[in-house]
Each structure stands twice: as structure tokens, then as C-alpha cells.
Design a protein around this ligand. Structure first.
Ligand SMILES: NC(=O)c1ccc[n+]([C@@H]2O[C@H](COP(=O)([O-])OP(=O)(O)OC[C@H]3O[C@@H](n4cnc5c(N)ncnc54)[C@H](O)[C@@H]3O)[C@@H](O)[C@H]2O)c1
Length: 343
């Protein structure tokens, strides 16, 4: 592998993918193409940029020329750039279509033109819509229910056209919710952790019973490396875990870590216009290739919370930091116990 391009590499998941591929392919040239939106942070990559392990190209995937020059000569392109926050998509859905659909189209066109040897497109389990019971296989019909998931499903349709028409070497992945450090605090885990650090209430959409499966960003990056080697061209792979929690359980777990009384801090707000009750995928197809998750949220959520404590200055104005509410070293209380309280 001589050259690897990772779009969205300065964001949450992208930065974990970049770290993993730098270690897996130490001699490859690694380029990150990222527009540096509000969700990106150069500090996610500084440890790699400063030692010349990667090169950050600030650019928009919606510009064909930018994509063409980034992917020229690439052996592998991993496409993780996206507008990713469902709540934002209700208010600004055109930006989601622009980035997630037009941007994916531009990138695929550039990859076609430059004959890129392999492309991994990062999609999401949300394209299946809600799965109330059982789990979606890769053949389940896509039924997205919000502008974000609709734009991700539309991007898959663009790719499907490129696969059929041009026989391009593309593999797609649809993963569960992903957890880890460096996630922008608009998503549930970092948002709740920072609120607890600042002594602010935890607001829960609706009744808090919506559940999500949680996959570690590190396990996800390992899966992508496996698919770069063994993923069958034209195929789609679900990537999932057994760890499933309701939003209320997540709030209780984090209250437990910060030693805060959940009854005094959890408040309920109006639900999203549409809020899928549950997502679930069957990931036996990637298991057959040899992948299995090695990490678990229950074991690692304290470390993630600790990272937000240690790096709160990234996200919080310095005046607010003076009112930090949590101990400098967070405990690892009985998370099973806190889950049992809301079971
Ligand atoms: N977060 C999850 O739980 C999850 C789960 C499954 C799949 N995904 C998918 O994984 C990918 C990464 O998600 P994330 O949570 O890391 O998102 P993120 O919002 O943290 O990062 C997205 C990155 O894309 C970049 N970007 C946005 N628009 C761009 C553009 N026009 N050109 C170039 N770069 C642009 C941003 O600057 C940012 O660095 C997305 O495709 C998302 O749909 C996320």
C-alpha cells in the first residue's frame, strides 16, 4: 500500500481510522482530506501531523478538482467525511444532501477518473430505519426516516450506480453507533459527560427509551483494515455489537461515573420530529471474514468520560472551566448496577 486517502479524517471516527492505518501501514503516504467543519479538530491529528506521519489537505469533497488531486495515485480511499448529526439535519437538510450525496458523487467520480484500486464507503445502520425487533441484514430494504439517514442512503444509491456501470472496486460498511474519545459534544456520550463536568442538567429527548447499539471506534477501524484486505468488491458489510443501551441507561451510567444523583439532573425535552426507536444489524457477514469486536462500552466509558474531563478546554469557554464540577480522577463504579436501576 503506497498511498491511502481518508476523507473526514479530522473528525471523530475519521481520526481513529487515521491512527489505525498509520500503525498498520507505517510506510504508506497517508492523506487526510477534510473541510474542517465545526465537527473537525486539528488537535485530533496533531500528534501525527507533527511527526510527518500524515498530510492534512483542507478541502471540500464537493469540489471535483480537490478530490481529483487528493486521490491521484491512491491505492485505497476511505470515505468517512459527512455531515453526521441527525438533529442538525432536521434544520439544515440541504447541507446534508450537499455533503453526503453530492460530495460522495464527486469523490466517486474522482476515484473513477484516477482508477483508485479500492474504496471503502462509510455508511451507517441508520439507512435501514428503525428495526424494532431482530436485526437488519445487508439485504434488508433501506427505509431511512430522517434527512441525515436519507442522505446516507442516497449516497449508497450513487455508489450502487458506479458499481454497476463502471465496476468500481467499492466496499460499503453500515455500522452501529460508534463511541470513543474526540467525538464532538453534540452526540449523547460527550454531551452528557461535559454537562456533568459543568454541573448542567442532562436533557433527554422524549421518554428516553430509544435504544442504540454502541461499537468502539477502535474496533471499527480494525474492521475497515480487514475489509481493505478481504472485503469483496461490490459488497456491503454491517458492523455491529451486542451492547445495546437506552438513552436513559446511558444517562444513568454517566451519572454513576460522575457520582451525580440522576433524579436531580435528568430532565426531559420534546422529542425529535422523528426519533427511531431502535437500530440493529446482523453482522455475521463480516464475522465470517474474521472480525469480532474486542472492546466494550461498559469497560471503557469511564476512560472516555475521563478524556472529556482532561480535554474539557477544547469545548468549553475558559470562564466555564473554573466551575468544573467533577473530581479530576473519575471512578469506575458498578455500571451494571446503574443499568439495573433503569432496566
Ligand atoms: N458517529 C457515529 O456513531 C456513526 C455511526 C455509523 C456511521 N457513521 C458515519 O461515519 C462517518 C464519520 O462520522 P463521525 O461521527 O466521525 O462524523 P464527524 O461529524 O465527527 O466528522 C465528519 C468529518 O467530515 C468532515 N467534513 C464534513 N463535510 C465535509 C466536506 N464537504 N468535505 C470534506 N470534509 C467534510 C468534517 O470536517 C469532519 O471532520 C460519517 O460518514 C457517518 O455517517 C457515524
Amino acid at each position: 500500500m503506497n498511498k491511502i486517502v481518508i476523507t473526514g479524517g479530522a473528525g471523530f471516527i475519521g481520526s481513529h481510522i487515521v491512527e489505525h492505518f498509520v500503525n498498520a501501514y507505517p510506510n504508506a503516504e497517508i492523506i487526510v482530506l477534510d473541510k474542517m467543519t465545526y465537527a473537525a479538530d486539528v488537535r485530533n491529528l496533531m500528534h501525527l501531523i507533527s511527526v510527518n506521519k500524515i498530510r492534512l489537505v483542507v478541502g471540500d469533497i464537493c469540489h471535483l478538482d480537490t478530490c481529483l488531486s487528493a486521490v491521484k495515485g491512491a491505492d485505497l480511499v476511505i470515505h468517512a467525511a459527512a455531515e453526521s448529526h441527525v438533529d442538525n439535519s432536521f434544520g439544515n437538510s440541504l447541507e446534508f444532501t450537499r455533503t453526503n450525496v453530492t460530495g460522495t458523487h464527486c469523490l466517486m467520480e474522482a476515484c473513477r477518473s484516477e482508477n483508485v484500486a479500492k474504496i471503502i464507503h462509510v455508511s451507517t445502520d441508520e439507512v435501514y430505519g428503525e428495526v424494532l425487533e431482530g436485526s437488519a441484514t445487508e439485504d434488508t430494504t433501506l427505509k431511512p426516516t430522517n434527512p441525515y439517514s436519507a442522505s446516507k442512503a442516497a449516497a449508497e444509491m450513487i455508489i450502487s450506480g458506479y458499481l454497476q456501470s463502471y465496476k468500481m472496486p467499492i466496499v460499503m460498511v453500515r455500522a452501529n453507533n460508534i463511541f470513543g474519545k474526540r467525538q464532538f459534544p453534540e452526540k449523547i456520550i460527550p454531551k452528557f459527560a461535559l454537562n456533568l463536568i459543568l454541573g448542567k442538567p442532562l436533557t433527554i429527548h422524549g421518554n428516553g427509551k430509544n435504544c442504540r447499539h454502541y461499537l468502539s471506534a477502535d474496533d471499527f477501524a480494525v474492521a475497515l483494515e480487514l475489509l481493505a484486505k478481504k472485503g469483496v468488491i461490490g459488497e456491503c458489510y454491517n458492523i455491529g455489537t451486542t451492547e445495546e443501551y437506552t438513552n436513559m441507561q446511558m444517562a444513568y451510567m454517566l451519572c454513576d461515573i460522575f457520582d451525580v444523583d440522576p433524579d436531580k439532573t435528568i430532565t426531559f425535552i420534546k422529542d425529535r420530529p422523528f426519533n427511531d426507536q431502535r437500530y440493529a444489524v446482523d453482522w455475521s457477514k463480516i464475522t465470517a471474514l474474521g472480525w469480532t469486536s474486542q472492546h466494550s462500552l461498559i469497560n471503557e466509558i469511564s476512560d472516555v468520560a475521563q478524556w472529556y474531563y482532561d480535554n474539557a478546554d477544547r469545548y468549553v469557554p475558559s470562564a466555564d472551566l473554573k466551575t468544573l464540577n467533577a473530581p479530576t480522577k473519575l471512578g469506575k463504579p458498578s455500571l451494571e448496577l446503574s443499568l439495573a436501576k433503569v432496566a
